[in-house]
Design a protein around this ligand. Structure first.
Ligand SMILES: NC(=O)c1ccc[n+]([C@@H]2O[C@H](COP(=O)([O-])OP(=O)(O)OC[C@H]3O[C@@H](n4cnc5c(N)ncnc54)[C@H](OP(=O)(O)O)[C@@H]3O)[C@@H](O)[C@H]2O)c1
Length: 283
């Protein structure tokens, strides 16, 4: 008799069968402490990191050094980085030739990411923000598709895409469809209701950032406070857990050992469906 494998509560399978951790460690703004915190997160039990080839906000080489220092086998980890267009880069610290054609900028940026992360294969590459003109966006996307064709990256996706029509246009234009949307999760965009519905309908993974910092009103709401008391968890844990149950992959870039553990604990308990619905009603 064969028994079905128990579902893995720490990962979700993407449309293409890639195992993505349900909670990712974010590496922005840690500067020279990046390696330290990435190593700490991976040793604590996080299985995936988010970084970017954007020296203005990320020390991608530090993230790679942290991965190596953790001594975690590569196949147990999910590594995600980004291509940042020129408009998002610090002109004094560019990771690619600004005069090169767009497609070459993507290839150069990705080669730097491979070097920084000390791996030929990266699990996911995100376009950090959509280019304003559709031709530029198409060119960059095709360069990302070429990296996927070569087997250098398993998933491609987009970040800071808040216009459902733009996501829909990219979806229709793309030969390799986006697998991920990584967005700010907050009230100003109606919590991306339409974008998240698109993700559900087409099996893209929606990843959230600013999840805690942009939502003090949610975290201090009577509903979340009551659930925190009932489940004996913190309000951030309740919000992260709610999102995990709604198939969102939150990012946390905590620099506190206690909050690293709190984050991992989120994968070890579940909200009753009626409690998750009570949070639905706040969004
Ligand atoms: N695609 C993009 O454009 C973009 C933009 C921004 C961020 N990101 C990604 O998202 C990651 C996360 O960034 P973020 O802006 O969401 O914020 P964050 O760096 O996770 O931190 C937000 C605040 O939340 C606190 N915090 C984190 N976990 C907590 C917990 N379990 N309990 C209580 N407090 C907690 C942190 O304090 P402590 O350090 O004290 O825990 C910090 O003050 C970044 O590192 C980056 O990878 C992407």
């Amino acid at each position: 008799m064969t028994t079905a494998a128990a579902p893995d509560p720490r990962h979700r399978l993407t449309r293409d069968g890639v195992r993505m951790p349900r909670l990712l460690y974010g590496t922005a703004w840690k500067k020279e402490r990046t390696a330290h915190w990435v190593e700490a997160a991976l040793r604590a039990g996080f299985d995936g990191i988010d970084t970017a080839c954007q020296p203005r906000h990320y020390d991608e080489a530090g993230a790679g050094a942290g991965v190596v220092a953790s001594q975690r086998p590569r196949e147990t980890l999910y590594l995600q980085t980004k291509f940042t267009p020129l408009s998002g880069q610090d002109p004094a610290r560019l990771p690619y030739d600004p005069q090169a054609p767009l497609a070459a900028q993507v290839a150069q940026s990705f080669a730097v990411s491979q070097r920084h992360l000390a791996t030929p294969r990266i699990d996911a590459l995100l376009l950090h923000s959509p280019l304003r003109d559709r031709t530029g966006l198409r060119t960059v996307w095709q360069a990302m598709e070429a990296l996927a064709d070569a087997g250098s990256v398993s998933l491609i996706g987009i970040s800071n895409c808040y216009d459902p029509a733009q996501l829909d246009a990219l979806w229709r234009d793309a030969r390799i469809k986006p697998a991920i949307v990584q967005n700010r999760f907050y009230a100003d965009t109606g919590y991306d209701r339409d974008i998240r519905a698109f993700c559900r309908a087409n099996d893209l993974v929606y990843q959230s950032f600013w999840t805690l910092s942009a939502n003090p009103q949610l975290l201090s709401s009577a509903t979340v406070l009551a659930l925190a008391a009932a489940y004996e968890r913190t309000p951030p844990q309740i919000l992260f857990r709610y999102l995990v149950q709604r198939d969102v992959v939150p990012l946390t870039g905590t620099t506190s050992l206690r909050h690293l553990r709190d984050g991992l604990d989120v994968l070890g308990f579940a909200l009753e469906e009626r409690d998750a619905r009570a949070i639905d009603a706040l969004l």
